[in-house]
Design a protein around this ligand. Structure first.
Ligand SMILES: NC(=O)c1ccc[n+]([C@@H]2O[C@H](COP(=O)([O-])OP(=O)(O)OC[C@H]3O[C@@H](n4cnc5c(N)ncnc54)[C@H](O)[C@@H]3O)[C@@H](O)[C@H]2O)c1
Length: 265
């Protein structure tokens, strides 16, 4: 039996991590933590989890817990991943891993000090059957040389709640690129065999912040006790081109909002 703790029990914890762990016989969620006490208490009751904390450091003190899911706003990720690794836990951290490359390097250094602990980012799109089949075909050479990849994650009307941490650069690290773009960037790099990037050029736009067209995320049912009063200072659309050392090129476009003809990935 793998004993798990959940840090941050907002939308993705309630709609993804907790119900998914509870479907697996070999996993038991023994505790959760959320800085919002009302929410921690309500979610523990809803999912029949016996222990809850308001300070995640108390959850990490439990010797029973072997692995944690980190489902907090982006700007807590680095601190909580490092604290979890230092407490001897395996980590599944929600995307994005952290806010920038410097923070990621510090996490990477920390993973090297652990005794083979797993530190994994929740890039679940790699595990979708369509991605697995495509990867297999590429690895078998069925598609030939992969020298040009065009990847889009476009929402026409899909900004996560305005004024929540999602739209504050300080708390989220950015808008559509770090929020949804990371999924297709990860998938593209993985399918391309992780070539080394040589250069990148891109543009960001923020044309929709006064309209704040909603994505319906996080869903109201998961927001108990949350307060929104942050800035809206992130982008809603990005376009970029990355060149790699093997000659390949990746064209990447992301939007939370835009008047594109179609949307999707
Ligand atoms: N994999 C995906 O497709 C996917 C989808 C949605 C969100 N996410 C990611 O999941 C993370 C959470 O997003 P969400 O939509 O659930 O947000 P949310 O705002 O609904 O939930 C965040 C929760 O963290 C709690 N929290 C804040 N600070 C905390 C702290 N210091 N310790 C413990 N709890 C704390 C909040 O009270 C809240 O309950 C983000 O990193 C987001 O990018 C991933």
């Amino acid at each position: 039996m793998i004993k798990v703790g959940i840090i941050g029990v907002g939308a993705i914890a309630q709609l993804g991590h907790i119900p998914s762990y509870q479907k697996v016989d070999e996993v038991e969620i023994v505790a959760l933590s959320d800085s919002n006490k009302k929410k921690a208490e309500a979610v523990a009751k809803k999912f029949n989890i016996k222990t809850y904390f308001t300070d995640y450091k108390n959850l990490l003190k439990s010797n029973e817990i072997e692995a944690v899911s980190i489902c907090t706003p982006n700007f807590f990720h680095q601190e909580q991943v490092i604290a979890s690794l230092r407490a001897g836990k395996n980590v599944l951290c929600e995307k994005p891993l952290c806010l920038n490359a410097r923070e990621a390097e510090e996490i990477f250094k920390e993973t090297e000090k652990t005794n083979n602990k797993i530190c994994m980012i929740a890039y679940m799109r790699r595990f979708m059957s369509i991605s697995q089949i495509l990867k297999e075909l590429i690895d078998q050479g069925e598609l030939g040389e992969i020298y040009y990849v065009k990847a889009s994650y476009l929402r026409r009307r899909g900004i996560p709640t305005a004024g929540s941490w999602f739209t504050s650069k300080e708390m989220s690290g950015g808008g559509s690129l770090i929020d949804i773009g990371v999924h297709i960037l990860d998938l593209s790099l993985w399918l391309m065999g992780n070539p080394t990037p040589l250069s990148a050029v891109g543009s960001t736009y923020a044309k929709f912040r006064n309209e704040a067209v909603s994505a319906g995320w996080p869903p109201a049912s998961t927001l108990k006790g949350d307060k929104f009063n942050y800035n809206f200072d992130v982008e809603d659309l990005t376009s970029s081109l990355v060149k790699f050392n093997n000659g390949a090129t990746l064209f990447l476009e992301t939007s939370w909002a835009g008047n594109s003809e179609t949307e999707g990935t």
